[in-house]
Ligand binder design. Sequence first.
Ligand code: DGL
Length: 274
Amino acid sequence: MKTTHPIGVFDSGYGGLTVFRSIAALLPQYDFIYLGDNARAPYGNRSFETVHQYTLQCVEWFFEMGCPLVIIACNTASAKALRTIQQLNLPEIAPQNRVLGVIRPTAEVIGSYTRTNAVGVLGTKGTVSSQSYEIEIGKFFPEIRVYSHACPMWVPIVEYGEYQGKGADYFVQKYLDELMNKAPEIDTILLACTHYPLLIEKIEKYLPPHITIVAQGNIVAHSLTDYLQRHSEMETKISQGGTRRFFTTDDIADFNQHATIFFGEPINAEFAHL
Ligand code: DGL
C-alpha cells in the first residue's frame, strides 16, 4: 500500500466533522485522516489533566499513522490541551510535526464581525472555564469585551438527534437569554463548539435578526489554507491523493450512523486502536 502523509483532524467524537467538512471542501487535494475519540467522549466536562492525557494519546496515534500535521477540531481539547502539547510534548515526541487548534484562527478574525465590540462565546463548560477565548481574542482585539456562556445541554441534544425537536427549543432559548442578559449590546455570537452549528436554525429563531452568528468551519478551513501557503516545508510533506479515512475509538456502525449527520455524506469508518 502506498505510504501517505495525511493531515490529521481530531475531535472527541462526531462534532469535529462539522469543521472537517469545511476543510475537506476547501482543500480537496490533500489526504486526510479523521479520528473521533467516541469511546471517551464527551470531553466537555472533563478536567484539564484528563483532556490533555486523552488528546495527547490521540495526537501520538496520528503521528504513528504518518500525519505530520494535526488539527484539533475540538474546542474543548483546543482550550485545555493544545498549549501543553505544543509547548511541552511536541518538542520531545516529534519536534518536526505540528498541532494546530480552532481557537486562535477564530480569535484572529472575530473583530471583523462585531461593530459594538461585544462578542458572545457559547461553548462547553470546559471551554468556557478555561477562558481561552477571552485570552486569545484579547491578544488580537483588546477593545473587544467577550461574554462566554456554557451550554451543557446542547451537545447531548444534538448527539441524541433532538436538535430539530421541540425539546431543543427550551434549552436553546434558555442559554441565549442568559447570555443576552449578561450584555444586551452583544452583536456577534460565536458557536465555539463543534456541535452547535446543527442547532443554528433554532439559535436564529431565538435571537434578534441584527445579531451575527459565527460558526467556525470556514474560518478554520481558510486559516489552514493560509498556514499551508506560508509553510511550504510542511505543505510539501503532506501527500496529495485526495483520500479521506475516518476512524473511531468506539463502535463503527454507531459512528457511521451519527457521523453522516455531521459530515453531510455517508461515511465508512474504521476502528482505531490507540
Ligand atoms: N467537540 C467538543 C467541543 O467542540 C464538544 C463535545 C465534547 O464535549 O466532547 O467542545
